[in-house]
Design a protein around this ligand. Structure first.
Ligand SMILES: Cc1cc2nc3c(=O)[nH]c(=O)nc-3n(C[C@H](O)[C@H](O)[C@H](O)COP(=O)(O)OP(=O)(O)OC[C@H]3O[C@@H](n4cnc5c(N)ncnc54)[C@H](O)[C@@H]3O)c2cc1C
Length: 402
């Protein structure tokens, strides 16, 4: 049983600014403020700032709940790969003897840099199609490359990126440097044969601020102009920041702008579409996608995403369509406004150590998201920056912006 004197002793002045997580049993869903989810084990996790620990303990007691463990938020939360605390271990050992323990699943090693820029793999484009409907802004294409002739074959897992080395030379006469692209397919590839990789690429186009010339990005233009049969120099895979947790019951919050949808397409296809192909992964958590785009015609993978929402109760999606929807102040609806609308619910979800948050897309989108979540955290006297750092330490906060 948890020894409360340890957490409350006066020698703990070092904890002043810290957050703690109570694991509580005996609360009903109605008695927990707002929507902290009651887990199947019957316990609930509540984050409490140091200066409110006594008060929260009294509140829990008055609701008939019992605190069964207290841990600092910041590394010690029960995680998928962490060792349980001794008292939890004892409890779980008891449980295991009553029920059949699940067989241990084989964990796939994360492949990294199978191919490097000096010796890239040259794969053929097998398919390329438009993702922006008529009337939308800009060009964005989905493209697939055949990996089957690789020796070794380039393998990857959801959340990784590959490098593309565009042909030709830069203005200094040197070969172009590689550009990274988030992988938009699952490890099985779009045709489920484990031999392709797909990307979602926006063609970079802008007006040179000095000359006023129309400029097209080197690599994104090369990729968007590909035809099936064309060769592409590929490196990687790289990246461990955006990997999905192994837990099938993890909750996954995804916040994307534009092509930031790419890794989330891979996650969602793995969670909801591939079924039999993933006997080791039967997703049962809750996932929630926030997707920021300028116009309806720019909703990448729209039909498939909406079909997935309609078929899966545990997948929810909210768009922020900046040029069509208005925020509460009458301005354009950007992703941070949509997050602000749901900030309390997101905050409560994040209290659960099984909730992971992923942000991908435009550089600079984090600021508005932080602002929205700060307001929700402040209602609980929690400093959002500290909380976010704790989540990062627990590998529950993942950002890839560019
Ligand atoms: C981890 C990671 C994942 C990525 N995933 C994707 C993805 O899934 N899909 C995708 O489309 N992209 C993705 N990118 C971006 C991609 O790597 C390239 O940066 C992008 O395609 C542009 O490359 P380019 O060669 O076309 O442009 P370049 O020819 O390299 O031109 C880019 C340069 O143009 C200049 N520039 C750009 N915009 C402006 C402007 N408005 N005004 C003035 N100058 C400007 C800047 O100097 C910039 O560095 C990702 C990047 C990273 C780091």
């Amino acid at each position: 049983m948890y020894n409360s004197s340890a957490a409350f002793s006066s020698s703990n002045t070092q904890y002043k600014n810290r957050l703690f997580v109570y694991e509580v049993e005996g609360l009903s869903q109605n008695s927990v403020n707002t929507q902290v989810p009651i887990r199947s084990s019957g316990t609930v996790f509540i984050t409490v700032p140091y200066n409110r620990m006594n008060q929260e303990m009294r509140r829990i007691n008055s609701l008939g709940g019992k605190v069964i463990s207290i841990k600092p938020a910041g590394g010690d939360l029960p995680e998928q790969n962490s060792q349980p605390a001794p008292q939890q271990q004892a409890a779980s050992n008891n449980k295991k003897s009553m029920t059949q323990a699940k067989p241990k699943k084989e964990k796939k090693k994360v492949p990294v840099n199978t191919y490097r820029p000096k010796n890239p793999f040259v794969g053929k484009c097998t398919e390329i199609y438009d993702l922006v409907d008529e009337g939308g802004i800009g060009t964005c294409r989905h493209m697939t490359f055949d990996l089957s002739s690789g020796d070794p074959q380039l393998e990857y897992i959801e959340g990784q990126s590959i490098g593309i080395v565009p042909p030709g030379k830069d203005e200094k006469g040197k070969p172009h440097k590689l550009r990274l692209y988030s992988i938009a397919s699952t490890r099985h590839g779009d045709n489920l044969e484990d031999k392709t990789v797909s990307l979602c690429v926006r063609k970079l186009e802008y007006k040179d601020p000095e000359t006023g010339d129309h400029v097209e990005g080197v690599c994104s233009t090369f990729l968007c102009n590909l035809n099936p049969g064309d060769d592409v120099a590929i490196t990687g895979p790289v990246g461990k920041e955006m990997l999905l947790p192994d837990d099938e019951d993890a909750n996954v919050i995804m916040i994307a702008t534009g092509t930031g949808i790419a890794p989330f397409r891979a996650y969602l296809w793995r969670m909801f579409l591939e079924g039999d192909k993933n006997p080791d992964y039967n997703y049962t958590g809750k996932s929630w996608l926030f997707f920021g785009i300028p116009k309806t015609e720019n909703i990448l993978y729209k039909d498939q995403l909406e079909e997935m929402v309609s078929k899966n109760d545990n997948f929810r999606m909210d768009y922020a369509i900046s040029r069509e929807q208005k925020n509460s102040e009458g301005g354009r609806m950007y992703i941070q406004h949509r997050i602000a609308e749901h900030a309390d619910e997101l905050w409560e979800m994040m209290q659960n150590p099984k909730t992971h948050t992923y942000i991908c897309g435009l550089k600079g989108m984090e600021g508005g998201i932080d602002e929205a979540l700060s307001a929700a955290a402040a209602k609980h006297d929690v400093d959002w920056t500290e909380y976010r750092k704790a989540m990062k330490k627990q590998h529950r906060w993942h950002v890839e912006t560019y």
